[in-house]
Design a protein around this ligand. Structure first.
Ligand code: ASP
Length: 430
């Protein structure tokens, strides 16, 4: 759970016993209980007299999704402001870093969309579309996206859940606050400090509220799985299995892309990169948090891979805040998967919007467990996909989050290796 990785949560009193059961175990228990209840309630042939009970089972998942949607915009806003105000980014290397981050994230999303378009996991089983689902088809005008990027009012993107506008606002204010901070430091002033503190506290506050929501995920999983099994049997899970396989394949392809870039763009041997980085990958996998893995990543890049401290710091400490390729890949694939599942075709133009919003959503996804699930609501909204289907993805997120976090960390390490250049440490310094 997020609070385990949070460094600032004071441990004042012992947590209740159920909070001491790891979240993954809680979800697994919920899954087993849900399947049993779903079978008892009909496994695809529900008794009409149980209809109200079965429908009400979805209420926790609906509430959790609503809360995630509501938290997505403040999370992105404060995460971007916080990163821009507190990290140290040198000029030229910063520009190189930005280009590398953008290229890697775009490749990740294209890999994800390619795999999802070829394997079409959403067609491997069918899900009865809920009658309450509102399917909106949106025609896409690329210039419209550009024109729409500037909001009519500063707080409007927060209300509309518009991720592109939100990032424009967050980046504008973040860049200005950052500049003001350095000007004040140069003049020996400290006026920026209260603002930086407030942003830090707000960030922590959003993450803590998010913790409460995440604590309810096992209940949401129980309800949605029990309802799905009761109403539709196991057919939807066939496609969910296909989705897991597709995501794993896409993440593997992305890992191959990183190794190829490392081989041709840096002095590091890909095998050394893999073996040296294994501690960081494992930490990322076991904590589902690239922030928790950050110190390990920084350390192994220097001691086991042999990079210069400056390149390790830029990729693993600075880039990591903006760079979430695994998350971007996952968000794009999820949108396509759900569109296939409910038979709502996403045109090429709409997939372009998915690419753009996934890039922005992944930039804003804080490096904590389940953050990708939160910002995914914005990607869905941008192409008119019904967000209630994210509930289905909640059931597998505990596992896929671990895998995409490991790829997020591998992406940061790749950026560090590329920034380190083609000459190893010793040759350069000789
Ligand atoms: N857990 C991921 C990370 O920490 C973010 C996500 O949920 O995709 O990098």
């Amino acid at each position: 759970m997020i609070q385990k990785e949070s460094t600032t949560s004071p441990k004042t009193k012992a947590s209740p016993w159920w909070q001491r059961i790891p979240l993954t175990l809680q979800i697994l228990i919920a899954l087993v209980a849900a399947v049993s209840v779903g079978i008892a309630l009909g496994a695809g042939n529900p008794n009409p007299s149980n209809a109200t009970l079965i429908n009400n089972l979805a209420i926790p998942a609906e509430l959790v999704l609503k809360a995630l949607r509501a938290l997505a915009t403040p999370l992105i806003l404060v995460a971007v402001l916080h990163t821009l105000m507190t990290t140290n980014i040198p000029g030229t290397a910063g520009r190189r870093l930005a280009v590398l981050l953008l290229t890697n994230t775009t490749v990740a999303i294209l890999v994800g969309l390619l795999v999802a378009n070829v394997l079409r996991p959403g067609t491997w089983g069918n899900v009865a579309t809920s009658t309450t689902t509102e399917i909106t088809t949106q025609s896409v005008d690329p210039w419209g996206i550009v024109k729409d990027a500037v909001p009519e009012a500063v707080l409007k993107p927060l209300v509309d859940n518009n991720v592109i506008q939100l990032i424009v606002i967050a980046l504008s204010f973040g860049i200005v606050l950052r500049a003001l901070k350095s000007e004040q430091i140069a003049q020996g002033k400290k006026g920026y400090q209260p603002i930086e503190d407030v942003i830090g506290i707000l960030f922590e506050a959003v993450v803590r509220v998010l913790n409460w929501v995440i604590a309810l995920v096992p209940l949401a999983v129980f309800g949605i799985v029990a309802k799905t099994v009761a109403m539709q049997g196991f057919a939807p899970f066939k496609s969910l299995g296909a989705f897991i396989v597709s995501v794993l394949l896409a993440l593997l392809l992305q890992a191959c892309y990183y190794l190829t870039r490392v081989k041709f763009g840096s002095w590091v041997h890909p095998l050394k990169f893999l073996v040296g980085g294994s501690d960081a990958f494992l930490t990322a996998f076991s904590t589902s948090s690239s922030a928790a893995a950050m110190p390990v990543t920084f350390e192994v890049l220097q001691t086991k891979v042999g990079l210069r401290e400056s390149s390790a710091a830029l990729g693993a400490l600075v880039g990591a805040n903006f760079n979430n390729d695994g998350t971007a890949l996952y968000e794009a694939m999820s949108a396509l998967y759900i569109s296939q599942l409910i038979g709502q075709h996403l045109s090429l133009g709409q997939q372009l919007i998915v690419i753009l919003t996934s890039i922005f959503a992944s930039v804003g996804a804080a490096n904590i467990p389940n953050a990708g699930l939160v910002t995914m609501t914005l990607v869905f909204t941008s192409v008119g996909l019904p967000t209630q289907y994210i509930a289905l993805l909640v059931t597998v997120d505990w596992f896929l989050d671990r895998c995409r976090t490991a790829i997020n960390v591998m992406g940061d390490m790749t950026v560090s290796a590329l920034l380190d250049g083609k000459k190893p440490h010793s040759v350069d310094e000789a």
